[in-house]
Write a protein that binds this ligand. Structure first.
Ligand code: FAD
Ligand code: NAG
Ligand code: NAG
Ligand code: NAG
Ligand code: NAG
Ligand code: NAG
Ligand code: NAG
Ligand code: NAG
Length: 536
């Protein structure tokens, strides 16, 4: 039989190109793969590259794809899959991947830890290449100068561990879940329970390496302050492929103290939650008290969980609590003293695990999950809190987590980084549902519940625009056309994530990637979207 490959007239192929996913005009056949591999081998990395490139017919393709899927919603047979996966071992492989993906006119999705709540790092409806950064994960801690160089494929648990190996009085103010990836977390503005004392991850970043649209590796000096600003909270995926961040470590005492207590409505949760709103953002900067609200369906009540980290010993914590927040009635026996690294295990509900478990990249059992976010600037009135209980019990599946701001967060101007939700915000709300049953109907049910609660919260939360947190990715708040993101559409979600910083992000985007090669459903649009992504 005559081989079909190459039997079409080249011009005929060209005719079809514009109809395939807008500007992404690749036809996936054997020749695509060969072209890609040939291009990759032209780079500096010849010889090795073929072992870093996975096609769908390869027996390791599926396990490579699934290894860092952290949300089962995007692990189904109907989820769009990459045409090619590349797993670089060296920066030059990343450079080649950018150049060769652009040559082929395909979309590129970069995945570091894979925790994106909408799966944007590994799902695209355009023909796409998945660039999986998980092998680029070296961490170099320099305690003398209190900095660390961290490659994006490292997890924050690995970063915490490597810091702890060298010093027990240093830390980094990143998130709680140890498997979260450095690349997405920091570029999206990542925060953790040290934020009232030290701000966000991005407030403690001092340099970075990025591969730009031309395949060049740039550091802070060569990329310039505008791009360096953008990749500290504006999302990496709009601007290039970040290789590493250099971060400033922060100091923590040898002994910190934690507590976790829970109150039901019968135990005066309403009064205590109400009071929390007036205290949590103003209390000692070394004290972070997270509030988690959960409907208890059996008992038709609400469980208000208060979990705290204090940068000091338990005597001082009890005295601070008695002075500022006596309603919670914290006593010495509620408190537990430990090292900062142990407190990380405590927060990730893993207190009995050895510190080494922070290195475990597979310690995560993904569920189906949906998240949304809000910011609160005026305390919810007491009767509002009561109506919220009613609604949560009625919906029965959505949890809310209130993360207090204030402290360092209020000292940093809104425009210092792309992350704009600073002074004036009492707390951030995270809406969360996780579920275990598969199927579109179940999914529609749970996702719907989060939307109903979000609608219910409208009168209480920030407005014009209603704020949202990029790292709690939520496609409900707006999307734009992949490869053809428009300013008008981008302003809808961009205004919520970045407020007044959106326009500066658009300027940076226009400057560094005017052809809009780095694009997804919520990327920053360049000012004039040019249609062609092909490299000339
Ligand atoms: C269980 C869990 C716990 C979480 N806890 C917290 C928390 O405590 N605090 C907090 O702030 N957030 C938290 N998050 C949200 C988390 O910060 C974001 O999902 C973050 O983007 C994840 O980073 P990642 O590298 O794992 O994600 P990925 O899915 O790999 O990437 C997320 C986004 O960043 C882009 N990206 C990734 N790497 C690069 C790169 N190298 N260059 C350019 N773009 C890149 C991706 O393309 C995608 O758009 C949590 C999420 C989960 C699932
Ligand atoms: C891009 O968007 C503009 C404005 O919405 C539209 O007119 C144009 O047809 C789109 N182009 C492609 C290739 O989708
Ligand atoms: C997979 O497809 C590529 C491109 O068509 C081909 O070169 C390769 O031999 C195939 N591999 C297997 C294991 O079938
Ligand atoms: C080529 O790659 C090697 C590592 O694979 C690297 O050390 C070297 O600097 C690269 N050379 C160029 C010219 O990029
Ligand atoms: C699958 O891909 C990997 C990486 O490119 C390669 O090393 C391996 O030989 C491939 N296996 C098959 C069966 O093609
Ligand atoms: C994805 O699905 C496969 C089965 O197809 C399963 O083995 C794997 O654990 C799943 N991974 C995630 C993250 O859901
Ligand atoms: C609830 O508050 C009331 C009035 O302030 C108080 O008398 C009562 O002891 C409290 N109940 C609990 C369980 O703390
Ligand atoms: C969402 O909930 C509303 C109110 O209960 C209901 O009317 C609607 O049908 C639900 N939609 C889905 C998709 O479940």
């Amino acid at each position: 039989m005559k081989e079909m490959k190459g039997s079409y007239h080249p011009l005929l192929l060209l005719l079809f190109l514009p109809f395939v996913f807008g500007s992404f005009s690749s036809v996936a056949d054997g020749s695509t793969y060969e072209t890609f591999l040939r291009c990759m081998s032209n780079g500096n990395s010849s010889g090795q590259v073929s072992s870093l490139v996975f096609y769908p017919n390869n027996s390791s393709y599926t396990s490579t794809l699934q290894a860092y899927i952290r949300n089962r919603r995007f692990n189904t047979s109907t989820t769009p899959k990459p045409l090619i996966i590349v797993t670089p071992l060296h920066d030059t492989h990343v450079q080649s991947t950018v150049v060769c993906t652009r040559n082929l006119g395909m979309n590129l999705r970069t995945r570091s830890g894979g925790h994106d709540f909408e799966g944007l790092s590994y799902v695209s409806y355009a023909n796409f290449v998945l660039l999986d950064m998980s092998n680029l994960r070296s961490i170099d801690v320099d305690i003398e100068v209190e900095t660390a160089m961290v490659q994006v494929g490292a997890t924050i648990g690995e970063l915490y561990y490597r810091i702890w190996e060298k010093s027990q009085v240093h830390a980094f103010p990143a998130g709680v879940c140890p498997t979260v990836g450095v690349g997405g977390h920091i570029s999206g503005g990542g925060y953790g329970v040290l934020l009232r004392k030290y701000g966000l991850t991005v407030d403690n970043v001092i340099d970075a390496l990025i591969v730009d649209v031309e395949g060049r590796v740039l550091d802070r000096k060569s990329m310039g302050e505008d791009l360096f600003w953008a990749i500290r909270g504006g999302g990496g995926a709009s601007f290039g492929v970040i290789l590493s961040y250099k971060v400033q470590l922060v100091r923590v005492p040898k002994t910190v103290t934690v507590f976790r207590v829970s109150k039901t409505l019968e135990e005066n949760a309403t009064d205590i939650v109400n009071r929390w709103q007036y205290v949590a953002d103003k209390i000692d900067n070394g004290l972070f008290i997270r509030l988690n609200l959960k409907p208890d369906n059996a008992k038709k009540t609400i469980r208000a969980g208060f979990t705290a980290l204090f940068l000091g010993d338990s005597n001082r914590l009890v005295s601070v609590m008695n002075n500022e927040f006596p309603e919670l009635a914290i006593q010495k026996q509620d408190c537990k003293e430990m090292s900062w690294i142990e407190s990380e295990l405590f927060w990730s509900s893993n207190i009995n695990a050895p510190v080494k478990s922070l290195l475990d990249r597979t310690h995560y059992s993904p569920k189906f999950a949906k998240r949304k976010s809000d910011y609160l600037q005026i305390p919810i009135p007491r009767n509002g809190i009561e109506s919220l209980w009613q609604k949560m019990i009625e919906l029965s599946v959505v949890e809310l987590t209130f993360n207090p701001y204030g402290g360092r967060m209020s000292e940093i101007p809104d425009w210092e980084t792309p992350f704009p939700h600073r002074a004036g915000n009492i707390f951030k709300i995270e809406y969360g549902v996780n579920w275990a049953e598969e199927g579109p109907k179940v999914e529609a049910y749970y996702v719907n519940q989060t939307r109903l609660l979000y609608d219910f919260m409208t009168p209480f939360v920030s407005k014009s625009p209603r704020g949202a947190y990029l790292n709690y990715r939520d496609l409900d708040i707006g999307t734009s056309s992949v490869g053809n993101n428009s300013y008008t559409d981008g302003k809808v979600y961009g205004g919520k994530y970045f407020k007044g910083n959106f326009d500066r992000l658009v300027k940076v985007k226009t400057m560094v990637d005017g052809s809009n090669f780095f694009t997804n459903e919520q990327s920053i649009p360049p000012l004039k979207t040019r249609r062609k992504n092909r490299r000339k």
